[in-house]
Ligand binder design. Structure first.
Ligand SMILES: [Zn+2]
Ligand SMILES: [Zn+2]
Length: 137
C-alpha cells in the first residue's frame, strides 16, 4: 500500500479532468514506470498480454488524450516516430542514431540566452542526437 499522502495516478488523471478508464490508467501507469520513451506500438505490445481487450487504436487515443492534458509529453524522434514520456519535468533528450535509444538528459531550465532577456519563455526543448555510450563500444 502506498502512503495516502502520495498522489496516485488516479488523482493526477482526475485533477487533469480525465475520466478514469482501465486503459487510461494502465497506459499512464506504464509511462510512469517505463522511462524508455516508448512508441504506441511498444506500449501496445507490452500491455496487450495483461489486457486482451486493448487495441492499438485505443493506445493511440489514450496517449493523445494524456498528452493534450499535459500529463505526458510527446516527442518526435529524428526518424519521425512519435514517442511518449511520462516524465514531464523539464529535461532534454539524446537520440542514438545507432540503436535508436532515447536517453533523458538533465539540463538547466534557467538558462536564458541574452537575446531573450526580459521576454517570457513558455516552452523550450533540447534534442541532441549522436551515438550513445553503448554503441561507441
Ligand atoms: Zn546506441
Ligand atoms: Zn524524457
Amino acid at each position: 500500500m502506498k502512503p495516502s499522502s502520495e498522489t496516485t495516478s488516479q488523482d493526477r488523471l482526475r485533477e487533469a479532468g480525465i475520466r478514469i478508464t482501465g486503459p487510461r490508467l494502465r497506459i499512464y501507469d506504464y509511462l510512469q514506470t517505463h522511462r524508455t520513451h516508448p512508441t504506441c506500438d511498444v506500449i501496445y505490445k507490452d500491455l496487450k498480454s495483461d489486457d486482451g481487450s486493448l487495441s492499438l487504436a485505443s493506445v493511440y487515443n489514450v496517449t493523445e488524450k494524456l498528452a493534450e492534458a499535459g500529463l505526458i509529453n510527446e516527442l518526435i524522434s529524428p526518424d519521425g516516430q512519435k514517442h511518449y514520456d511520462g516524465v514531464i519535468d523539464f529535461h532534454g533528450h539524446f537520440f542514438c542514431k545507432e540503436c535508436g535509444k532515447i536517453m533523458d538528459v538533465s539540463c538547466c531550465k534557467d538558462f536564458l540566452p541574452d537575446e531573450l532577456e526580459g521576454a517570457r519563455v513558455d516552452s523550450m526543448s533540447l534534442i541532441m542526437s549522436g551515438i550513445c555510450h553503448d554503441c561507441m563500444g
